[in-house]
Design a protein around this ligand. Structure first.
Ligand SMILES: Cc1cc2nc3c(=O)[nH]c(=O)nc-3n(C[C@H](O)[C@H](O)[C@H](O)COP(=O)(O)O)c2cc1C
Ligand code: SF4
Length: 690
């Protein structure tokens, strides 16, 4: 198919200092959890984006000095020549596919604890990051930077820039974003210095200017020098000489960087979940930058629509379309637009499971793209899959995220696939979950798979078809895959932190009951110890539907785990806006005669509240009765020619949608594969010179 001429603009080359990007698609710096400890995985992961058409592919954050150590978070290092070899694997791989390679040189300043190197952290005025996120908390505070520390910082940046050039990078960054050291100089909260680096914005920006200068000098005109800077706080600050301090900063440094890469200040605003921010959410902060510089500008905003991208360029907001998450969800996004295949783009759903993998310090995972991070380790390619090893017909029972992904991937391999779904609509759990506040974009998991399946002649889908074990034995498929999902349980939470002690009786409900149309009686208590999105989203949903809602959780925050996916601050705001009363560190101990009893987590102090319905959002158990019924009849399975019965997704082990999609995909990849080849390859750091 030919490219739509409306999108030609996206494929114009862009000159960035001494180098030229082949198009306007720019995969911005983002950590992927692989660091220098998994260099082959990292190289293959970045190379896949280059193969998918991105004009520039960047690294994640790369420490320039042992004094900037983010352990246990997954940062990379460029401290010595051994690190050069590790990064060179990536640049070579990216170059093979015709893209430029960028590296984000980083110093964490007062935001890191240097847990590994045990060096005292530094910051402009001895202020540290007083994070409320447990993952970022620490009890090591930085020391005030002295003049010699500033000289050492500039020297470390210059040395790292030289190594970056040696490793083959084309674009070398100065990173002044998100609470890290150069950003700390920009903000008076961090910077109370009285020397030439504090006070006026020109003084506070001096370190950024000098970092840019030493980087230019170090790369000697062979690489472009980019500045990544967070502008949200500065844009909110008045300036005597400009519309805001952000305007003043950009005017001050105007053409010093070869590229401006502009972003927001905190992960929840820079990388917001789709629940709380639409595509292009950065525009209101960064829209002025292009007017103040002649250098190209790249920005982000979960861009997946080529029309939005073209709009950003035509309206003079951006020159290059930056993407982290859209390039994870679909590394082939540019190629698909180039080939006139926009409908094939696997659009990011904004669930932020990817950012949670950064918080977890593991290779990046993605709800939409199960192959991410597995390019080298398992040899999975996002667009290619091995043809079927032989002919076989596979019955997939259940068309939720796992079943649909499994059917699609099996269908692509060429198997004859039948999908039987008990409900009239496809989607499993997502049929309900996408109706919860802000979760409509999660429907892309279904939409994309439905669209792709519709093109496969070898996959038949039957809705409203609840199959029994007897039915299946009569169908004569070669393999049966059970993807029947999971059910929420009416269990309470024990102080041992396990789900225990069943609560039955009228008025006790679960999300399954609400999904099935049960209308709870007011006042409603939502009791959440699942800690992911369901409890908070359901409470908000019921409150917005006119119910009086109380939200109770033994955790310290509502939807406690969503701190990992950048959602939690907004969950609290959303619950407050919907007038939901929130009780944290509290458990439900009983419910009868229209009264719920709550106990304080630490004091056991009791309180009683009127309650019409108690909705328990706690444990989930696999709905695996069909699997059990089938596997209990091995002789009949053999007689029917059924060679295997397997479970996938929630029917195997209840999890988030990301786990379900991965499980369905993995089954499809591994069916009929040589068992000897199924062990994932283990990556290791490149051997150090003595
Ligand atoms: C998994 C993940 C890791 C990230 N790591 C970094 C990083 O190392 N350095 C950085 O400047 N930004 C990082 N970011 C922020 C992104 O570069 C980007 O600014 C943000 O995700 C918004 O862009 P998007 O809407 O295209 O995802 C990360 C984002 C994600 C999702
Ligand atoms: S994990 Fe979710 S937010 Fe991240 S890239 Fe994938 S779909 Fe997008």
């Amino acid at each position: 198919m030919a490219r739509n001429p409306r999108y030609d603009l996206l494929f114009e080359p862009v000159k960035i200092g001494p180098v030229t990007a082949r198009n306007r698609f720019y995969a911005v710096p983002h950590a992927a959890g692989m660091t220098n400890s998994m260099p082959q995985m990292r190289a293959a992961f970045r190379a896949t984006k280059a193969e998918g058409g991105w004009g520039v592919v960047c690294s994640g954050y790369v420490s320039i000095d042992p004094g900037s150590d983010d352990t246990p978070l997954p940062y990379a290092t460029l401290w010595d020549d051994d690190d050069v070899r590790s990064h060179a694997l990536m640049t070579e791989a990216v170059h093979r596919h015709g893209a430029l390679a960028g590296i984000e040189l980083w110093h964490g300043g007062g935001s890191v604890m240097n847990r590994l190197t045990r060096t005292a952290p530094i910051s402009p005025s001895g202020t540290g990051w007083m994070a409320t996120h447990v993952g970022f908390m620490g009890n090591q505070r930085p020391r005030v930077m002295e003049a010699q520390d500033i000289r050492a910082l500039l020297a470390a940046q210059a040395a790292a820039a030289r190594r970056a050039r040696q490793a083959g990078f084309d674009i070398v960054y100065v990173y002044a974003g998100m609470g890290y050291l150069p950003y700390e100089f920009l903000l008076p909260e961090w910077n109370a210095r009285t020397d030439a680096y504090g006070g006026s914005l020109a003084n506070r920006a001096r370190i950024v200017r000098e970092l840019l200068e030493v980087t230019h000098e170090a790369v000697g005109g062979r690489c472009a020098v980019a500045l990544r800077v967070s502008l949200e706080e500065l844009r909110a600050r008045p300036s005597a000489s400009a519309a805001s301090e952000a305007h003043e900063l950009v005017a001050l440094l105007a053409d010093l960087p070869d590229l401006w890469d502009v972003k927001l200040d905190s992960s929840p605003t820079d990388c917001p979940p789709s629940r709380f921010a639409a595509e292009g959410s950065h525009e209101g902060v960064i829209d002025f930058v292009k007017r103040l510089t002649s250098r190209p500008v790249v920005g982000v905003g979960r861009f997946t629509s080529p029309d939005t991208m073209v709009g950003q360029i035509r309206r003079g907001v951006l020159d290059l379309i930056g993407a982290a998450r859209p390039s994870i969800a679909d590394p082939f996004l540019p190629s698909k637009i180039d080939q006139g295949r926009e409908q094939d783009i696997r659009e990011c759903i904004g669930c932020n499971i990817c950012i949670s993998s950064w918080h977890d310090s593991v290779p990046v995972r993605c709800t939409q793209n199960p192959t991410i991070g597995e390019e080298w380790r398992r040899g999975w390619h996002p667009e290619r899959i091995a043809p079927a090893a032989g002919s076989a017909s596979i019955l997939v029972v259940g068309a939720g995220p796992a079943g649909l992904e499994c059917a699609l991937s099996l269908g692509r391999r060429g198997y004859e696939v039948t999908v039987a779904e008990a409900a009239e609509d496809l989607g499993g759990r997502l049929r309900f979950e996408t109706r919860l506040p802000g979760l409509a974009a999660w429907g892309r998991v279904l939409d994309w798979r439905r669209g792709q399946l519709a093109r496969l002649g070898n996959v038949a889908i039957y809705r409203g078809n609840r199959l029994s074990a007897d039915d299946i034995l009569g169908l004569g498929n070669t393999h049966v895959v059970v993807a029947t999902g999971a059910r929420w349980a009416k269990l309470l939470w024990s102080p041992l932190e396990v789900a225990a002690g069943s609560l039955a009786g009228p008025g006790v409900l679960t999300p399954d009951d609400i999904a099935a149309g049960t209308r709870p009686q007011d006042p409603v208590v939502v009791y959440d110890f699942d800690n992911y999105i369901m409890g908070g989203a359901l409470a908000e949903h019921l409150a917005r539907g006119g119910h009086s809602v109380r939200y109770v959780t033994p955790a310290g925050h509502a939807s406690a785990w969503t701190i990992m996916s950048n959602e939690q601050p907004q969950v609290h705001r959303a619950l407050a806006a919907a007038h939901v009363a929130v009780h944290t560190l509290t458990r439900v101990t009983g419910f009868e005669a229209g009264v719920v009893t709550l106990a304080s987590q630490f004091t056991d102090a009791l309180s009683r509240h009127e309650c019409g319905s108690l909705v328990i959002v706690g444990a989930r158990f696999a709905d695996d009765a069909l699997h059990a019924a089938l596997t209990a009849r091995p002789a009949e399975l053999a007689d029917a020619g059924i060679r295997s019965v397997a479970r996938i997704g929630d029917a195997l082990a209840p999890g988030a949608v990301v786990h379900a999609v991965y499980s369905g995909h993995r089954y499809a990849r591994e069916l009929d594969a040589d068992p000897a080849g199924l062990t994932a390859r283990r990556d290791a750091p490149l051997a150090r010179s003595a």
